[in-house]
Design a protein around this ligand. Structure first.
Ligand code: MTE
Length: 338
């Protein structure tokens, strides 16, 4: 992931944010995964190419994505959106435009060789079949087995929360998620006292996901984890929607994790399995680069990534710089845990 650091619209070769080593690394990685437009990446044309051609649509809303053919759906789901906003969670910046938050994504399962912009997941999600979604729950809990998302969504009231969101690569956004607190789900599943951590596993199917098919050296499926106290914290959220609608596939439909005080990669998408365990679980990016992606990964401007500073972040889509906030500004809720 991090090797793509200079691949953002505002983060192009020649700017203060591009270090030679990052740039070389990215080239090497792109070569490895067989993306063919390296020349373009180094040229001024890339700067244009990197901007979404439909960028003007950033000022409009995306069409209702609720009833695509193979999207998660059930009778009455439409009526659950938009859910009532929980006004407790306020932010200090304007909301990111819906188009931008849903057309600039990090979802490695949907990286396709045909596209030189790895953030274009939205172009490749159609084959992703998520109509009837189930979550397998296993490990140290009273209630384990298969749970239909439809039933969970009928059991737990949905609410909307506006959260800041910060990727380790320094881009950030502010979006309204719809969903329910992770703590509500955990209480329902009744973990045993021996459970110290919770593990999340994402869906992975090479037939529907070009990244899973082609990026074979990644340890699919994507997996992440939290400590139990973190998972029970009121900020930890299971999102089923965004901008008052069901999640589009590229944002992790039909259900994903949102832990806004941690870097984006902790927020596993399209979750199919939850496990209660009694030791710190391995995580996807930690397994790949242990020195760069520690288990906790709390946002902190004073703790640089080994290859870049984390003091400044850049709002999508234009890269407006802002100082990074410790715990992404959620210290009053989560600071006591560390
Ligand atoms: N979950 C899965 N399954 N696969 C991924 O590649 N990327 C992570 C996270 N969850 C990722 C994932 C990263 S690095 C980020 S920054 C966020 O998703 C991006 O979420 P967004 O695309 O909704 O903004």
């Amino acid at each position: 992931m991090a090797n793509f650091i200079s691949y953002h619209p505002w983060n192009r070769p020649g700017t203060e944010f591009t270090e030679e080593s990052d740039y070389k690394n990215r080239r090497e990685i792109l070569k490895t995964i067989g993306l063919t437009t390296l020349g373009l990446i180094a040229s001024p044309a890339f700067i244009q190419a990197c901007k979404n051609p439909d960028h003007k649509q950033a000022f409009t809303s995306i069409p209702d994505s609720q009833y695509c053919e193979n999207c998660f759906d059930f009778k009455g789901m439409k009526e659950l959106y938009p859910a009532k906003r929980n006004e407790k969670y306020k932010i200090d910046r304007p909301l990111t435009k819906e188009y931008d938050a849903t057309h600039y994504n990090n979802f490695y399962e949907f990286i396709d060789r045909s596209d030189d912009n790895i953030y274009n997941a939205y172009k490749f999600v159609d084959p992703f079949e998520n109509r009837d979604w189930k979550i397998e729950v296993s490990g140290l809990a009273e209630k384990t087995g298969t749970f239909f998302l439809e039933e969970l969504m009928k059991t737990f009231p949905l609410e909307e929360r506006i959260y800041r969101f910060r990727c380790v690569e320094r881009w950030s956004m502010a979006v309204p998620w719809t969903g329910f607190p992770l703590a509500t789900l955990i209480k329902f599943l009744q973990p045993k006292s021996s459970a110290t951590h919770i593990r999340f596993v994402s869906y992975a199917n090479p037939k529907e996901m070009p990244g899973v098919n082609n990026l074979t050296w990644y340890p699919w499926p994507y997996f992440e984890g939290l400590r139990m106290d973190e998972a029970m914290n009121e900020m930890a959220f299971m999102a089923t929607g965004i901008y008052g609608k069901p999640l589009p596939k590229q944002n992790g439909a039909p259900i994903r994790l949102v832990v806004p005080w941690k870097f984006g990669y902790k927020n596993a998408k399209s979750i199919v399995r939850i496990e209660f365990v009694n030791k710190e679980p391995e995580t996807f990016w930690h397994k790949l680069q242990p020195k760069e992606y520690p288990f906790l990964s709390n946002i902190d401007p004073k703790v640089p990534h080994p290859r870049w500073s984390q003091e400044i972040e850049h709002m999508i889509p234009d890269g407006e710089p802002r100082p990074t906030l410790k715990y992404n500004g959620y210290g009053e809720y989560v600071g006591g845990m560390y």
